[in-house]
Design a protein around this ligand. Structure first.
Ligand code: ADP
Length: 188
């Protein structure tokens, strides 16, 4: 980890760090999944590899019960062998140029993940940069949506005490760190 940037909102701590989300010990880590919930590349593959087969089994049961997970929605499983207790699987939008409702869908992905954590009484959550890998969402726009959504949530809901953005590569980390600085200056 090369550094940490922190913003305190309503007594909750919001941080941006560089690292591997599979190593986090927050109550939940969030997975940038796809609708089929069958694993894949990027952070999804890393989470299933680190957690072991129990996570995929639970995902399959969820799909049997409720079908594919629509973009912007979130579901929860245990975290298998990882230090975190739960994985919240959410599906971000595929970038289609910006006029296909991407920002609203990305907002929903973060908001629904946080609401699910709160409804389960979880107090700490780690997020990756949803949609900015294989789904090609531009990192600067995605960081703004992600951080604004989390800040607005923490201003209204006090049961979640810690949110950590765990960014894997230096460019994504620097963009989130710079954007956190901007979002801190915005009025709530
Ligand atoms: P999406 O399909 O939503 O775009 P990806 O997994 O392709 O999801 O990429 C999302 C982000 O997750 C990218 O910034 C990628 O570098 C990052 N990432 C990949 N592996 C990890 C990991 N182990 N921990 C945290 N972030 C990761």
């Amino acid at each position: 980890m090369t550094g940490e940037h922190t913003y305190t909102v309503n007594q909750a701590k919001l941080s941006v760090i560089r690292g591997d989300i599979t190593l986090q010990s927050t109550d939940a880590i969030v997975n940038a999944a796809n609708s089929g919930l069958m694993g894949g590349g990027g952070v999804d593959g890393a989470i299933h590899r680190a957690g072991g087969p129990a996570i995929l089994e639970e995902c399959k049961q969820i799909v049997v019960r409720q079908g594919h997970l629509p973009t912007g929605q979130a579901v929860i499983t245990t975290a298998g062998k990882m230090k975190a207790k739960y994985v919240i699987h959410t599906v971000g939008p595929i970038w289609g140029g910006g006029n296909m409702g991407e920002a609203g869908l990305l907002t929903n992905a973060y908001q629904n993940s946080l609401e699910l954590a709160a409804s389960r009484g979880l107090s700490s959550v780690s997020f990756p940069s949803v949609s900015t890998g294989a789904y090609s969402y531009p990192v600067d726009s995605a960081a703004r949506v992600a951080l604004r959504t989390v800040v607005n949530f923490l201003r209204q809901e006090t049961s979640v005490k810690e949110v950590i953005f765990v960014l894997f590569d230096s460019r994504t980390y620097e963009t989130y760190a710079d954007t956190l600085w901007d979002v801190r200056g915005e009025k709530g």
